[in-house]
Ligand binder design. Structure first.
Ligand SMILES: Cc1cc2nc3c(=O)[nH]c(=O)nc-3n(C[C@H](O)[C@H](O)[C@H](O)COP(=O)(O)OP(=O)(O)OC[C@H]3O[C@@H](n4cnc5c(N)ncnc54)[C@H](O)[C@@H]3O)c2cc1C
Length: 388
């Protein structure tokens, strides 16, 4: 293997990039991960769902390419005959719109159809006929994915990328990175808290919600913050045949998980930075989620909360989209973060694209120029309307 890429952060973005660098370009990555148990990593705390119902073409293309990868992950990431199983369940997303949200739903639908997404815009009566357990009161229309959307086991995806990347020559160092630098001679440097120093040909910042302080060391003000999101685990005897991931007009979402369900919604009030993950907002369930669920699905009347967890969105405060590409002003430093709740579904396509940019100097399969960090410096926002 020729070049060496130093990757800071061994979550799904770092691990996928390391895999594609080795598998497609023969480039060896050294991945630095400060916590190999991934206790606080977003990739381990994700709801791990995948959709094509976005409002921007680049997000749709990223999820389409990633879905294709997830469908064949057992082949591509097998190691010594052991095929990873990520329990991909393709059951669709259902976005419900109130009369006030109908125009936006229609506009999104038009973009999605242009990109070949198999999605149906359904009137309340048609929705009711398809999903008899759903109360369509207050709903003007619903957008139902007919294929290519669902959920999977995100932690298994992370481990599969890590294992396969390692089998192909990448190394994962258990170390916290304190300082990074790139110099004019195109060499990159990583300084670890344990005193070790590494040199490589390029550097990739893939530190999720913790990427901004690293980018600042390269002179780039990255607008990514750690924003807590709570997920509630629910037990219910309700039978909801064909239940997709449902997003209520107010932002409450739920989907089947095992024999029960999980649910969540955006936080109430200010979306503050770095809120402690232990501080689950149980009032959010009582005051916001439960009333929405009870109204939308009458069969949820006997539902109970059996658990909850929280993780950080690596939240892009500028335009809620991934920030992928070369760090402005640095020839050999790259970044992949800021996905604001849709990073694990896009990780395969993002990892593949970053590997191309680093190894070839250009995108080959998917053009991610619209997600370039440069757009932040030029104040050109690429807004995604469908952020959950
Ligand atoms: C509750 C919740 C629900 C979600 N639901 C979905 C969903 O349904 N679909 C979807 O697509 N996405 C979802 N996401 C988002 C998705 O999980 C993330 O976008 C994705 O996991 C980000 O991966 P990452 O590798 O960038 O970050 P991470 O997984 O956080 O990895 C970054 C790693 O960098 C390490 N690190 C940080 N700083 C340093 C340092 N200085 N030195 C060494 N290591 C360092 C960290 O320890 C961490 O392991 C959800 C997220 C949450 C929290």
């Amino acid at each position: 293997m020729s070049a060496r890429v130093l990757v800071v952060g061994g979550g799904v973005i770092g691990a996928a990039s390391a895999y594609f660098l080795a598998a497609r370009h023969g480039v060896r990555a050294v991945v630095f991960e400060r916590d190999p148990t991934y206790r606080h990593a977003s990739s381990a705390l994700s709801a791990s769902s995948i959709r094509q119902q976005f409002s921007t073409e680049v997000n749709i293309r990223l999820s389409q390419a990633s879905l294709s990868f997830y469908r064949r992950i057992g082949d591509d990431l097998a190691v010594d005959g052991e095929r990873p199983d990520i329990a991909l369940t393709e059951r669709g997303y259902l976005f419900l719109a109130s009369p006030a949200g109908l125009d936006a739903l229609r506009a999104n639908h038009a973009v999605q159809r242009t990109c070949g997404v198999n999605v149906s815009l359904l009137e309340p009566a048609a929705l009711q006929a398809r999903l008899p357990w759903l109360n369509v009161e207050g709903v003007a229309a619903g957008s139902l994915g007919e294929g290519g959307e669902g959920w999977f086991d995100g932690y298994s995806v992370l481990q599969a990328f890590r294992r396969k990347a390692t089998a192909l020559g990448a190394t994962f160092e258990s170390a916290a990175v304190e300082r990074i630098a790139c110099d004019a001679n195109r060499s990159a440097h990583v300084y670890c808290a344990d005193g070790r120093r590494f040199e490589g040909d390029a550097l990739l910042i893939a530190a999720g919600a913790w990427s901004a302080p690293l980018a600042a060391q390269l002179g780039f003000a990255l607008p990514v913050r750690a924003r807590k999101r709570d997920v509630f685990v629910l037990a219910s005897p309700a039978e909801l045949p064909g239940c997709p991931l449902v997003i209520d007009p107010g932002g409450v979402w739920f989907r089947p998980e095992g024999r029960g369900f999980i649910a969540g919604c955006p936080p109430r009030g200010d979306d503050i930075d770095d809120a402690p993950l232990e501080a689950i907002d149980h009032g959010l369930f009582e005051d916001v989620i439960w009333p929405a669920l009870a109204r939308r699905v009458p069969a949820f009347d006997a539902l109970r909360v059996t658990g909850a967890w929280a993780g950080y969105y690596e939240y892009n405060t500028f335009d809620q989209n991934g920030i992928v590409g070369r760090v402005p002003g640095c020839a050999n430093a790259f970044i992949g973060c800021g996905f604001s709740g849709h990073g694990i579904q896009q990780a395969p396509a993002v990892g593949q694209a970053l590997a191309e940019l680093i190894a070839l100097g250009r995108y080959d399969t998917l053009d991610l120029v619209p997600l370039a960090p440069q757009r932040i410096i030029e104040a050109r926002a690429l807004r995604e309307r469908n952020v959950i």
